[in-house]
Each structure stands twice: as C-alpha cells, then as structure tokens.
Design a protein around this ligand. Structure first.
Ligand SMILES: [Zn+2]
Length: 64
C-alpha cells in the first residue's frame, strides 16, 4: 500500500497549493471559511438558565 495520496482541497478536491494549504486557492479557502462561519452561527444556543415555564407565571390581575 502506497501512502502517496496527495492532499486534496477539502472544498473542490483539487490538488492543494502550498500557498493556500490546505486549500487549492484563496477562493476555496474563503468558501471553507464561509461554511465554517455558517456552521458556527447555525449552532443553537442552549440556555441552561432555569427559565420558568409560561404556565408558572403569576396570573395577571384584572383591573377593577
Ligand atoms: Zn479547491
């Protein structure tokens, strides 16, 4: 088994360029960065705070 597989651009699977490693070009580096940012923004923020459920709110007193 030969381990001579050249690194490939994770975006377009072209051969990578040393200048833009691990990508093949600045364009693909930008694409990957954009994806990465999108992923970050897509992660839902889970609040661990103990927010009282709406049902537990004190009843609104009607005005007299
Ligand atoms: Zn590429």
């Amino acid at each position: 088994m030969r381990g001579g597989s050249a690194p490939r651009c994770p975006v377009c699977r072209s051969r990578t360029s040393a200048e833009f490693s691990p990508f093949c070009s600045q364009r693909c580096a930008d694409v990957d960065l954009g994806r990465w940012l999108n992923e970050r923004y897509a992660i839902p923020v889970e609040d661990d705070e103990d927010d009282a459920p709406p049902e537990a709110r004190p009843p609104l007193s009607d005005e007299d």
